[in-house]
Design a protein around this ligand. Sequence first.
Ligand code: CTP
Ligand code: CA
Length: 224
Amino acid sequence: VQSFLTQGPLSGKKIVVTAGGNLEAIDPVRFIGNHSSGKMGCCFARAAAQMGAEVTLIYGNVSIALPQNDRIRLVKALSAKEMLQAVQAAFAQSDALIMAAAVSDWTPKTTADHKLKKQAGVDEFHLTLVKNPDILQTVAAGKRKTQVVIGFAAETNDLLANAQRKLDSKGADLIIANDVSSNAFGADSDQVTLLAKGQVPESWPRMSKQEVAERVLIRLAEKI
Ligand code: CTP
Ligand code: CA
């Protein structure tokens, strides 16, 4: 094992991985969230560490156990804004970013500092949401030429067209597209299509998330 870690395809490389979903606070006890389990991000972190990389795993809300590995530094970042800061800090000294987190697109315009109470006779509650920063796009726009940024595209329809648009607009080197209507949240396997600039989309057979991670990381190792 030791020789694989020092000679592994990612040895000497630093990789940032995000996992899980963001929690956006409405008040001290309530939040907006999503169904992301964190499984894909944790698979990437584990596989990258096994291939010799030094990993920073930035995680939001996850419903699985985090990997415990001395090659994986764990950083908690619940909201999208916290996650952006954590990613920027870690990515500056890293070779690659894998954005597996389900970043919350929106956040409450204001967060109450006390628990919001119901009021007699009030039967509707309107919450105003404002856009969160796009972490992938922000980081990709400022990256060095030698750094690689990998994103995901979660779609329920028009998978390829939507994923291609994300590849073009976000400045990512690679997009891993998956159809979230046939790939259940929290599942152990995934059927993905890889999109890279100037290349024909590559549809992979269904395989475990761990294997998806390993195969993508082998591609990454050829680039960094
Ligand atoms: N992403 C991000 N910051 C955001 C939103 C998304 O970094 N504010 C990243 C995700 O981590 C993922 C990729 O962008 O790697 C695509 O996320 P997805 O939700 O599929 O796409 P969006 O651009 O948010 O578009 P939409 O949700 O409208 O389909
Ligand atoms: Ca989104």
